[in-house]
Design a binder for this molecule. Structure first.
Ligand code: ZN
Length: 162
C-alpha cells in the first residue's frame, strides 16, 4: 500500500476549532470548514456570507442600557464585543480586538486590548461621577426651591427637623 496520495490533516491553531461555514452567492451555496477562535459565538452556518473573505469572528456582547422616563425604551445604549477579521490588510483589524457600538449599530470604535482596559477605567470613573450627579439631583429635589446648604443650616437650628 502506498501513502503518497495521503495528505496529512492540517494542524489547527491553538485556541481554534474547525467549524462549518456557509458561503452563499446568488443561487450558489457552498459549505466550507474554517478555523474559528474558541471565543467566537458567530453562527457561521446560520448566517451565510457572500464570500469566504467576508467571514468575521465575533464573541458575545457586553451591553449597557441607559433607561429613561422620557421617550423611547433605551435611547442610549453601548455594546462591546471581541472580533477579528482574518483577511484584513490592517494587522490591528486582523488581530482580536474590541469593537464598541451604539444603539444604531453603526461602525463604532475599534480598540486594542490596552485601549479597552483604559476605557474600562474611564467607565469606572464615570460611574463615580454619575453617583455624584445623582446625589446633587437628590439634594436639589429634597430641598425644594431653596439652597440645599440653607436647608441644612435650618435643619441644624431646628434640631434635625427641617
Ligand atoms: Zn468564528
Amino acid at each position: 500500500m502506498t501513502t503518497s496520495n495521503v495528505h496529512p490533516f492540517p494542524a489547527i491553531k491553538p485556541g481554534h476549532r474547525l467549524v462549518p461555514a456557509k458561503i452563499e452567492s446568488g443561487a450558489t451555496s457552498t459549505l466550507i470548514y474554517i478555523e474559528c477562535p474558541t471565543w467566537c459565538t458567530e453562527d457561521h452556518l446560520g448566517e451565510p456570507v457572500r464570500a469566504v473573505e467576508d467571514v468575521m469572528h465575533r464573541g458575545d456582547t457586553a451591553n449597557l442600557y441607559a433607561p429613561t422616563f422620557g421617550y423611547g425604551a433605551y435611547p442610549v445604549q453601548m455594546h462591546a464585543w471581541v472580533e477579528c477579521d482574518p483577511v484584513a490588510t490592517d494587522p490591528q483589524f486582523r488581530a482580536a480586538h474590541i469593537s464598541v457600538s451604539d444603539a444604531g449599530g453603526n461602525d463604532g470604535s475599534h480598540l486594542t486590548p490596552a485601549m479597552a482596559d483604559k476605557l474600562a477605567d474611564d467607565m469606572v470613573s464615570m460611574a463615580s461621577q454619575l453617583r455624584t450627579l445623582a446625589r446633587t439631583a437628590r439634594l436639589h429635589n429634597a430641598a425644594g426651591d431653596s439652597d440645599p446648604s440653607m436647608d441644612e443650616a435650618l435643619r441644624r437650628i431646628r434640631g434635625g427637623v427641617a
